[in-house]
Structures are given as C-alpha cells and as structure tokens.
Design a protein around this ligand. Structure first.
Ligand SMILES: Nc1ncnc2c1ncn2[C@@H]1O[C@H](COP(=O)(O)OP(=O)(O)O)[C@@H](O)[C@H]1O
Ligand SMILES: [Mg+2]
Length: 277
C-alpha cells in the first residue's frame, strides 16, 4: 500500500507547485492509471512514490508518502528511508530505457542492482532467470543492451527493476518511445505482473490502454487530482477530460457523439445490425 498525504512539491526556483495538496491511497494489487496533460505533474508524482522526490531531487516538499511492505507489514516514510531501500519496495521504470541501462550484457544489467543489494549468488541467478522469463527476454542473456529493439530495451529496464522484487511498480510513460509491437509487448508484461500480485501505477499519455485495463484512473491537472474513479465512471466525464487536455480514446468520443453509453473500446459498440433490402 502507498499512502500519499497532502503532498505539495515545488521544484527549486519554481514559483508554482508541480504537485499541489495531493492525497491518494493505493491499495495492494491495484492497477492505477495516471492521466493528465503535459506538465500536470504526472512525472513528479511518479518520482515522489519511491522517494527520489524529495531525497534526491531538491525543492520544497510538504506532506508525506508512506509505503507499507505487504510482505512484512512494515511501514516506511519516504522522507526517512534511504532511496536504495525504497527501491526494493517501489520499482520505478522511466520513459527512456536508455537512461536506465549501462551494463555490457542483458544478464549483467539485471544482476547489477541485485549484486549491489549483496544477495547470494544463487539467489541472484534465480532472480535474473525469473525476471528475463517474465519479460520474454530469455535467450538474449549475452546481448549488448544497446543492440536490442526499443521494446526489448524497455522490457530489460522492467526486468532489472522487478528483479529487486518490489511489491509496487511505478512506470512513467514506459511505451512512449515504442512502435505498436513494442508497446504491446511492454503492456502485456505489465498486465501479467499485476495479475501475479504486483501493485501497478502507470502514467500513460495515450489513455486507451488505461481505460481498458486500470482498476482506477487518477486525473491530474495543474498538479492537483481533479478526477478519479473506475474507468467507467471517469468515462462519463468525457467533456471534462477533453477540456483538461487529456487524450481520450476515440471510442469514447464516438459513443458520446452518437448518444450511446460510454464505450471504453471499439468492441463495446453494439454490433451493427444487418440491413435488410
Ligand atoms: N526539474 C524540474 N525543475 C523545475 N520544474 C520542473 C522540473 N520538472 C518538471 N517541472 C515542472 O513541474 C510541472 C510538472 O511537471 P511534470 O511532473 O514533468 O509533468 P508531466 O509529467 O505531467 O508532464 C511542470 O510545470 C514542469 O514544468
Ligand atoms: Mg512526464
């Protein structure tokens, strides 16, 4: 569980807050989609969830972020816990996988953080194998990471994060650099991890995937949460979403224009009736 209590954050020398009085409780195993236009605070929120804000990125921070480890029940306050410890509880995957890859082989990339945790060799080997299997990268152990495709690189970034076995996974626009195939590969891995018990918080500019898959959507605008709820509830507020600048699924706009109930995907339209001559 992650509990965000009244968090406000100003980057250094910035006049307006990037997050403004944000409160949010994320339950274990939930799948949360974060939506909002560019500059609304999505990345800032992602960085506060594992303590990079305020521990490594300076600014003015108030409120608190509490993380409860579902395995032990222990509670950690991000401002009082070192970032390496937090990263074993909340894994963070960034938009650009290259910024997270710096080893010579795929296998070393996944093992790297585990070695820093000081885990025994056999445990490292087991986790590397598991993480590569989950992300569909088995067989690529000896590849040079820069030679991988975009989707593979992003799945490798995910593999190295999940090898730490964090109970929560935060992803900040993980597919924005990918072609449709890479995108699908990465999103399938995320869905699978959630089904297997990982709490997922994903920021995604293209909302189609979130409307179809998230348990709950949280919409940010100007650093504030302006709307949240189950996708079907949020979909009823399509005008507001458009007004805020959220890119909504075409099916939602079309169903609205036709006076039909909100369609979260094209499959939800009533099947066309056959015309008789
Ligand atoms: N490193 C930074 N220094 C100063 N201001 C920043 C920094 N990063 C983001 N901001 C500002 O904080 C606000 C929220 O940004 P961000 O969280 O990146 O939004 P999003 O991810 O939704 O596009 C924006 O006004 C942005 O300009
Ligand atoms: Mg961002």
């Amino acid at each position: 569980m992650i509990e965000i209590r009244n968090v406000t954050f100003h980057y250094l020398r910035s006049t307006k807050p990037a997050l403004d009085s944000v409160s949010l409780t994320i339950g274990d195993r939930e799948f949360i989609g974060i939506l909002g236009p560019s500059g609304s605070g999505k990345s800032t929120l992602a960085l506060t969830l594992n303590g990079i804000i305020p521990n490594s990125i300076r600014g003015t921070f108030s409120g608190e972020v509490i993380i409860r480890d579902p395995k032990t029940g222990k509670v950690f306050k991000t401002t009082e816990t070192p970032v390496p410890k937090l990263s074993t509880l909340v894994g963070l995957v960034l938009q650009n996988p290259e910024s997270q890859l710096f080893n010579m082989t795929v296998e070393d990339e996944v093992a790297f953080a585990l070695e820093n945790l000081g885990l025994p060799r056999e445990e490292i080997a087991r986790r590397v194998e598991w993480a590569l299997k989950v992300t569909g990268l088995k067989g690529l152990e000896d590849e040079f990471p820069p030679n991988l495709s975009g989707g593979e690189k992003q799945r490798l970034a995910i593999a190295s994060v999940i090898a730490m076995k964090p109970s929560h996974l935060v992803l900040d626009e993980p597919t924005s650099q990918l072609d449709p195939r890479g995108k699908r590969e990465v999103l399938d891995v995320i869905k699978r991890l959630n089904r297997e018990g990982t709490t997922v918080i994903i920021v995604e500019h293209d909302s189609r995937f979130l409307f179809r898959n998230a348990d709950r959507l949280v919409v940010l605008s100007g650093g504030r949460i302006v709307l949240q709820g189950e996708p079907r509830k949020v979909a009823e507020r399509v005008e507001e979403l458009v007004e805020i600048g959220v890119k909504v699924p075409h099916s939602l706009l079309l169903s609205r224009a036709l006076g039909l109930p909100p369609a979260l995907s094209p499959e939800e339209f009533p099947s066309p009736t056959t015309r008789r001559g």
